[in-house]
Design a protein around this ligand. Structure first.
Ligand SMILES: Nc1ncnc2c1ncn2[C@@H]1O[C@H](COP(=O)(O)OP(=O)(O)O)[C@@H](O)[C@H]1O
Ligand SMILES: [Mg+2]
Length: 370
């Protein structure tokens, strides 16, 4: 039998097929892509797995007859036996002849590369990079503002002491008050400077605390639900930071649903399989989702909501820092935040490795600044 150990870890879905066009092996990425276990896949025909398997026939035939490699670009396939939205796959498919010693051994390697995933990874990497640059810019700017502010405030106080006309104190008070306000803002922008401390943590204890805080604030108007997979292993994380992350996201969900007739926010935990986080592949990762039934994030704003100071709240309740801080903390954990949103269903998913990778992330954000 062909050695398949190397295929187990790769992120591309791979099937090995016999000359009789039966599946002889499926790697974990293929199980994931076709939403079937290896036991179900092995021995099956492609037609049992895909409704439109015949689209692949030319590539398979060519690979077998020419003992070479053939690719079908951007083909749309549908999973057999599924009719919902998840049944559609857009893939590049490559069939490669495999020179096996025995005729009964697999004769073809068939690789499926989902196109959506390629685009999504590239897109997310680009956004993360932009956000990174933005956060750096804001941090540097905040530093530059912080120092002269102290001088302005001190000088105004000295001036106040020298004033002969008491009614002029009103003006120095304005200077001092506004300097304090700016100082506050600048301090908020500089918050994420502490390096995280990674500790094995029961994520559900932490989520219960978040839920309790939400209930205090929104319990009277909102239905707040927990949908936990209690069999999850304990992740290694900084409890304080991740609490802040989830609270920021969940508070947004509560605020964004305030105007719907029966606002609902659910905190959900699951295992995410075969994910790429900070350019590394993980078989399993922790997924914490915050789901709400609000109006959603308009597509045009999707990239900007993570920018520091970006807010759409016009009632003065928004600082525009919640998601920016959340993203900084999650990046320090080598994780990602994903967003899916349509009116009536918005999901923010925080995906984190269970084990904290040994070396620090390459992001400049993790450099401690005073
Ligand atoms: N669950 C959500 N539904 C709709 N819009 C959201 C949601 N979460 C965040 N947003 C949008 O993202 C923006 C930025 O969020 P955030 O960084 O927390 O700042 P703030 O909450 O102070 O506005 C919000 O103003 C809102 O427009
Ligand atoms: Mg917020």
């Amino acid at each position: 039998m062909t050695d398949t150990a190397g295929l187990e870890l790769i992120s591309t879905a791979v099937l090995l097929m016999t000359a009789g066009r039966r599946i002889a092996y499926a790697n974990p990425a293929a199980e994931n892509l076709f939403a079937q276990s290896r036991r179900q896949l092995v021995g099956a025909r492609l037609g049992d797995v895909l409704r439109d398997a015949e689209r692949l026939t030319p590539a398979l035939d060519l690979a077998l007859t020419h003992r070479a490699s053939y690719t079908e670009q951007e083909i749309e396939l549908h999973l057999a036996g599924k009719t919902n939205g998840h049944a559609r796959l857009l893939v590049n498919c490559t069939a490669t002849f495999l020179d096996s010693p025995h005729a009964s051994d697999p004769q073809l390697i068939v690789e499926f590369r989902p196109i959506d995933q390629q685009l999504k990874i590239a897109r997310e990497a680009k956004i993360a990079e932009q956000n990174q640059a933005n956060r750096e810019l804001v941090r540097n700017l905040a530093h530059e503002i912080k120092n002269p502010l102290g001088g302005i405030r001190g000088a105004a106080q000295l001036l106040e002491g020298e004033l002969s006309e008491p009614q002029l104190v009103e003006y120095t008070q304005v200077i001092i008050g506004e300097a304090d306000r700016l100082q506050n803002l600048v301090n908020k922008l500089l918050t994420p400077h502490k390096l995280p401390r990674y500790v094995r943590t029961d994520i559900h204890v932490l989520l219960d605390r978040v839920l309790q805080l939400l209930k205090n604030e929104f319990g009277a108007t909102h239905t707040l639900e927990a949908d936990f997979d209690v069999s999850l292993p304990e992740p290694e994380l900084d409890g304080e930071q991740i609490t802040q992350v989830l609270l920021n996201i969940a508070r947004n969900a509560c605020q964004s649903t305030a105007a719907v007739s029966s606002p609902e926010v659910t905190l959900r935990t699951r295992v995410a399989r075969q994910v790429v986080l900070a350019k590394r592949r993980y078989r399993m990762a922790l997924e914490v989702a915050v789901v709400d039934n609000g109006p959603g994030v308009p597509l045009a704003l999707r990239d900007r909501i993570f920018y520091p100071l970006f807010t759409t709240r016009t009632d003065g309740t928004g600082s525009g820092l919640g998601l920016s801080i959340a993203q900084t903390f999650v990046a320090q954990h080598y994780g990602v935040i994903e967003v899916d949103s349509e009116p009536g269903h918005t999901e923010f998913r925080v995906i984190l490795p269970f084990d904290h990778p040994a070396e620090p992330p390459s992001h400049a954000d993790t450099k401690a600044k005073p």
